[in-house]
Design a protein around this ligand. Sequence first.
Ligand SMILES: C[S@@+](CC[C@H](N)C(=O)[O-])C[C@H]1O[C@@H](n2cnc3c(N)ncnc32)[C@H](O)[C@@H]1O
Length: 202
Amino acid sequence: MRPRLLLGVAAATAGAALWWRKNPSACPYGQRFWVEAPHPIITRERLREVLRPEPGERLLEIGVGTGYYSLEMAEWVGPDGTLELFDLQQEFLDHTLRAAAERDLTNLVPTQGDATALPYEDASVDAVVLTAVLGEIPDSLAALREIRRVLKPAGRLVVGELFGDPHFTTRASLERLGADAGLRLEQRSGNWFGYFGRLVPA
Ligand SMILES: C[S@@+](CC[C@H](N)C(=O)[O-])C[C@H]1O[C@@H](n2cnc3c(N)ncnc32)[C@H](O)[C@@H]1O
């Protein structure tokens, strides 16, 4: 590729990334190949270490995508536990439920909606998981406040972020937003390129 063409492509890519950052919006189902790719650093094993799920718990995953973490999460809580699946787009919920059926998992409950208005009771969820989602929500503080509302007093929120995602939320932003929503960052696992943050009610 000629240098000027290469520069043009790089500038266009950078411009598109900047536009995405300034205009939060949900990843369309048609672009699901992004979320089906391996998630380095924010692996399922690391999520399990940070989340520390227990059999019988009620977990809530917001922004499930194609269920990269969902099936394992449903297995971690076992048949006596529940994984609430919540997503803005019904297609992602349907996709994940099809995959769960193939593994004979029956403890997943799908609900379509917006994270800024969660249809769950106050203090009714043991843990919430949000991976590569927070930056897609235009009013992310409102979503965190809703999460804080539905979390049990001893509950926890785990947020995963991966560098390269145009909606990447830095650790500092997460800590600040969390504090505004009444959540305290108590643990971070990962590195500069990706991390899971564990927040608890302050
Ligand atoms: C980039 S995908 C991440 C999927 C998955 N968590 C993963 O890491 O593979 C973002 C997901 O969040 C959902 N989402 C975006 N905005 C949302 C909102 N306001 N409320 C609920 N879900 C939302 C999208 O529909 C999509 O399924």
